[in-house]
Design a protein around this ligand. Structure first.
Ligand code: B12
Ligand code: SF4
Length: 495
């Protein structure tokens, strides 16, 4: 399902209006990032969600904004007299978002829900909100605020009814800091910044092609320099951990426009920063791009390897960017140039056997990949995969809390689902076995970061395994009888 196919019952009510945004009466607004009930405490926790950062930055100045981020445990007072509450959603936190929305609305406070999950689940979300925003908010947020001030929120605001969002707004870091509860950070915590938005590829498991993907947008090099310097001034404090700030680029795919990327990287090289970013592996075949990335301060490129088998990549429509036979060579060349690669990998019970899981673990170990993220295929609403799996009856669990990408929510016919879940976690833990951690730390740059993140991941995975084994987080059994507990995790680790 793309946004264009999504139910669109009241589209015509949502025609754009022009009203001077500054003429609207000042509102007291609360913007919330909810925490999903099964969301793990992540070492990648963002200092602020980019959606909230954008909303703060495009809100006309007369409105006062407060931020509450549940990932940091910020308290939320549902009885406070806000004029409007806005909540951002991803699938894994949608249930919690609805719970919060219901609590505010029960006290008469209007709630607007937005984000990637509700954009593809309008019918579900509308029961919990006064207004649902579908798609990117840049061109419609002023209308939402004007309507809220007039007490006339419309049930749906759809980005398709507004001009396309052709640029990325510059973040107002000063206002984000003032509105939220986060303090400036040292070199150990990353500051979010967006360089590009969108991606032209069409991987079946990714929501981007049907959401932001169609139009690839980039900041100008000058706008990037301005924002980096401002973000540094506002959010960074040098300390004994270093004098260079670490940025998390929230791009979907940094490398799409090579010439422009090169210009941007030249500018970043003068800014004295370190950063990580998503980039597809085909762009790392270019030695000059890799060299410029390293010079600009890229410590870690986040790469969707997804599978080590070409036919599996083809099944996900990922064959355009990924050539499995080139993986080892590209990783080695990047490492030689000083660039660490973080690996995102998938397992799918319809495709991957236990042997494939073991081979994936070996691949991570043999190539000394940093911070590997191994996920179970999760058909997120809005993806091609969701459409197909839904039609074929392959989705067995739509408890959104479980959509963390670490739970089995699809059919698992060849194996016992509980065993598959545990084997998967066991191999994920194997990617963080002590011998693998030691090799990873010794062979890559940033030894301390690699060591700390590896230990945190290891601990987190041990907790997850304990939680599944104890029955607190078992997969839906799909009509089978519950199998006896599978072998202890250590037995399936490949050391
Ligand atoms: C950067 C990123 C990350 C970063 C986050 C850094 C950060 N600072 O937030 C990191 C690396 C940590 C990350 C991790 C994960 N991610 Co991620 N990530 C992204 C990515 C590439 C960009 C997100 C972003 O910042 N976009 C820019 C902002 C501005 O866009 P936005 O959030 O959509 O907000 C706009 C609109 O939605 C709307 N809006 C949003 N909220 C609200 C609220 C209101 C009130 C209003 C009015 C409007 C509104 O307006 C905004 C401005 O236009 C997206 C891809 C994508 N297309 O979204 C995936 C994506 C969000 N990630 C995804 C996943 C699955 C994960 C992981 C589970 C991966 C894994 N296997 O571990 C983890 C989960 C971590 C967690 N606990 O959240 C999925 C989520 C799918 C879903 N339906 O929920 C996405 C969509 C990618 C995909 N596979 O399709 N991710
Ligand atoms: S290359 Fe990355 S961002 Fe682009 S469609 Fe594929 S998974 Fe999504």
């Amino acid at each position: 399902m793309s946004l264009a196919d999504a139910p669109h019952a009241i589209a015509l009510e949502a025609a754009p209006r022009s009203r001077p945004p500054e003429a609207v009466r000042p509102l007291r607004i609360l913007l919330i990032t909810p925490r999903g009930k099964k969301e793990e405490d992540s070492s990648q926790k963002a200092l602020f969600s980019m959606a909230i950062g954008v909303l703060v930055s495009i809100t006309p100045p007369q409105h006062s904004i407060e931020l509450a981020d549940e990932l940091f445990g910020d308290p939320i007072d549902v009885a406070a007299p806000y004029d409007l509450v806005g909540i951002t959603t991803r699938t894994m936190n949608a249930t919690r978002a609805y719970e919060l929305a219901d609590a505010f609305r029960a006290r008469g406070t209007p709630v607007v829900l937005g984000g990637v999950h509700v954009s593809f689940n309008y019918e579900e979300a509308r029961a919990h909100a006064d207004a649902v925003v579908c798609g990117e908010a840049e061109n419609l947020w002023a209308d939402v605020l004007a309507d809220a001030a007039a007490g006339a929120l419309r049930p749906r605001y759809d980005a398709r009814d507004y001009p396309p969002v052709t640029a990325i707004p510059e973040l107002n870091y000063e206002r984000i800091l003032r509105s939220g509860r986060r303090q400036p950070v040292d070199a150990r915590k990353s500051i979010p910044i967006a360089i590009t938005r969108g991606c032209p590829y069409t991987c079946a498991f990714c929501v981007t092609p049907n959401f932001t993907g169609r139009l690839y947008r980039m900041h100008s090099p000058e706008a990037i320099r301005r924002q980096v310097l401002e973000a540094k001034r506002v959010f960074f404090r040098p300390s004994k951990y270093g004098k260079t700030p670490w940025f998390m680029f929230t791009d979907e795919n940094l490398g799409v426009n090579k010439q422009r990327l090169w210009e941007i990287l030249e500018v970043l090289a003068t800014c004295d920063i370190k950063f990580s970013s998503f980039i597809s592996i085909n762009f790392l075949e270019d030695d000059h791009t890799v060299e410029l990335l390293v010079k600009a301060g890229c410590l870690m490129a986040l790469v969707g390897f997804e599978s080590i088998h070409q036919q599996t990549l083809a099944a996900y429509n990922k064959g355009r960017t990924n050539s499995a036979r080139k993986y080892a060579e590209i990783i080695a060349r990047c490492r030689k140039a000083g660039l660490n690669l973080q690996a995102n990998l998938l397992t799918n019970p319809a495709i991957d056997t236990y042997e494939d899981m073991a081979a994936t673990e070996r691949f991570v170990r043999d190539n000394d990949l940093v911070m590997p993220i191994y996920s179970i295929i999760t058909p997120y609403p809005g993806t091609q995969l969701y459409k197909e799996y839904k039609e074929r009856g392959l989705i067995v669990d739509e408890d959104w809390d479980k959509y963390t990408a670490h739970n089995l929510v699809v059919r698992c016919d060849r194996y016992d689902p509980l065993e598959y879940q545990l084997r998967y976690l066991g191999h994920f833990l194997g990617m963080y076995s002590w011998p693998t951690i030691v090799r990873r730390v010794l062979r890559n740059r940033n030894r301390l970061v690699n060591l700390i993140t590896s230990v945190l991941f290891r601990k987190n995975l041990q907790d997850q395994i304990a939680s599944v084994r104890s029955g607190r987080r078992r997969p839906v059994q799909q009509g089978r009888s519950v199998a006896p507990p599978p072998p202890a995790v250590e037995e399936v680790e490949v050391e």
